[in-house]
Design a protein around this ligand. Structure first.
Ligand SMILES: [Zn+2]
Length: 168
């Protein structure tokens, strides 16, 4: 996404609707690397604009996306996410906590072919799924706990046998 002032000029030149509400929506999104959903942006702006409807947020975001000033994609969590960074890059998606981050270069920067299988290519979304650093720590701790519980259970199931053997 371009600087907000430049963006507004471009949208107006295309005959786009640029209301004060939309300007605030654009400002809220500019430089945001958290890949928010329309609902998240709406919640964030509600304090500033109590009468802002979710429909208005969707319309503003989709106009930007159609103008090529914003990328929208789904990450597998059933939600549509928006990214003001329209430069080629891949996204990292955590399969445990669903957080999304931009992948460092060169991921997602391979040159797009003009045509693929008879299709004229207009874009690409590249998602890399994995466990984020926090979730790796949580999963490792859970694994260690499970191993301890399994060892305790094993010791438990072996004890009655020896106890029964001893009482005879
Ligand atoms: Zn995570």
């Amino acid at each position: 996404m371009r600087p907000v002032e430049e963006l507004i000029e471009r949208l107006q030149a295309r005959g786009g609707k640029v209301t004060p509400q939309r300007v605030l929506i654009y400002r809220a999104l500019a430089g945001d690397a958290s890949h928010p959903t329309a609902e998240q942006l709406h919640a964030r702006l509600r304090g500033l604009l109590p009468h802002l409807s979710l429909t208005t947020v969707y319309a503003a975001l989709n106009d930007l996306a159609e103008a090529g000033e914003l990328r929208r994609f789904s990450s597998g969590d059933g939600q549509v996410h928006y990214d003001p960074d329209t430069r080629p890059h891949a996204e990292l998606v955590c399969v445990r906590c669903a957080r999304i981050e931009d992948a460092p270069a060169p991921h997602g920067q391979a040159v797009l072919p003009e045509r693929v299988g008879g299709f004229r290519v207009v874009g690409r979304t590249e998602l890399i799924h994995g466990l984020c650093p926090e979730c790796q720590v949580a999963v490792d701790a859970q694994d260690a706990q499970d191993a301890l519980a399994a060892a305790a259970l094993e010791a438990e199931t072996q004890r009655p046998e020896t106890a029964a053997g001893g009482s005879r």
